[in-house]
Design a protein. Structure first.
Ligand code: PLP
Length: 377
């Protein structure tokens, strides 16, 4: 088979439903800013997660993590325990909240934060532990919450990969302290760009609802009833982080497709990969319960120092690959590698993500599997 078109690593799966939703906002509503569609999206996320917690939508997942942390109102330079192996957005959001990321090792079986390593890094300034649900895996989240309780830490979950994932019979976001989602162009659902914070903490909620609108107090309630605040007070640093009606409309259309269409397809593709690649000696696959997670990416470990060779081979065969992620402790802003995290660095040299999105056809997936097998033959 000759594959002429490049197979994308990930992409937005959008079409008539999203276009129609945008059309309705533009033609029928005419107001593109933050209004009733955002309120409706928040309500629908709440129903989807089956939670009593409140949802606050913002314009990116990065903004969600930033405000989730800012809402805790911690002393500046408080320390946040976080795995180094995450998207730079996580670290930038911590810095934006004027807190200090403390880079931790990961458990190589799940690529989630190594709790023993994190515990060793706790100081008097440590106030938060921030788990990243890497590749939709949450690790031992119960143990993480027990550790947080023991040291009186707040928990802010970077659940950008885990919208739709189930843990202990509950959806991620329906329980926990402060949980942050991303709806950027390639996540399990997209709103174009966007994110959401889920929490039950009234102080955090009040802070972030204002902070997404430049800190203008109680502007959210006004906007949801079609008004604006002209006479107001500001008590906290705020940002221009609110979501627009247009983006919420896309998100609503996507949410309708998540359970019936996106999650089953992601699961089935991930299971196919797993079954087809598990016997290849040069690869190590991550174990997952594919009936519980909503797989966002499909990283594998390439053994024997052959990651870059496999990557090159796949690119030459029009198959796009990813490396999730460059560890943050290697970046200049976070120490430039002056501290060694051996497990993280070893994993980084092995990780390769192969295409996973609901638009991937069986034919494309078979082609990818064939090429990986032929590389190792
Ligand atoms: C996507 C992502 C983010 C940031 O979300 P944006 O919506 O792109 O700002 C944060 N953390 C992780 C792990 C992500 O994958």
């Amino acid at each position: 088979m000759t594959q002429v078109e490049k197979i994308r690593l990930s992409k937005s799966i959008v079409g008539e439903a999203e276009a129609e939703a945008l059309r309705r906002v533009i033609i029928e509503d005419g107001y593109l800013g933050m209004g009733k569609h955002v309120q409706n999206f928040e309500q629908k996320i709440k129903e989807y997660l089956e939670t009593e917690k409140e949802i606050v939508c913002v314009n990116s997942g990065t903004a969600a993590v930033h405000l989730g942390l800012a809402g805790l109102e911690l002393p500046p330079d408080s320390e946040v325990l976080v795995q180094s192996l995450t998207f730079v957005a996580t670290f930038q959001a911590i810095g934006a909240a004027r807190l200090r990321p403390v880079a931790c090792e990961v458990d190589p079986a799940t690529v989630t934060i190594d709790l023993a390593d994190a515990e060793r890094r706790i100081t008097e300034k440590t106030k938060v532990i921030l788990p990243v649900h890497y590749a939709s895996r949450v690790g031992d989240l119960e143990a993480l919450y027990r550790l947080a309780e023991k040291y009186k830490l707040r928990v802010v979950e970077d659940a950008a990969h885990a919208f739709g994932t189930i843990y202990n019979n509950k959806k991620i976001g329906s329980f926990g302290d402060v949980v942050c989602f991303s709806f950027d162009g390639i996540k399990n659902i997209t709103s174009g760009e966007g994110g959401a914070i889920v929490t039950a903490d009234p102080k955090v909620l009040a802070h972030i609802k204002d902070a997404r609108l430049l800190g203008v107090q109680k502007d959210t309630e006004k906007r949801y009833s079609g008004q604006r605040s002209w006479d107001f007070d500001v008590k906290n640093q705020g940002y221009r982080y609110h979501m627009s009606n247009l983006f919420a409309a896309i998100g609503l259309a996507q949410l309708n497709r998540l359970e019936a269409e996106f999650i089953p397809r992601r699961r089935s593709l991930a299971k196919n990969y797993f079954n087809a690649l598990i016997d290849i000696a040069g690869l190590k696959l991550f174990e997952n319960d594919f009936d519980l997670i909503a797989p966002h990416i499909f990283p594998v470990r390439v053994l024997g120092d052959r990651r870059d060779a496999l990557r090159q081979y796949l690119i030459e065969n029009n198959i796009e690959c990813g490396i999730h992620y460059l560890p943050n402790h290697l970046l200049t802003l976070y120490g430039g590698g002056s501290e060694k995290l051996p497990t993280t660095e070893q994993l980084y040299s092995e990780l390769l993500s192969i295409p996973l999105h609901p638009g991937l056809t069986d034919e494309q997936q078979n082609h990818i599997i064939e090429k990986i097998k032929s590389f190792f033959q």
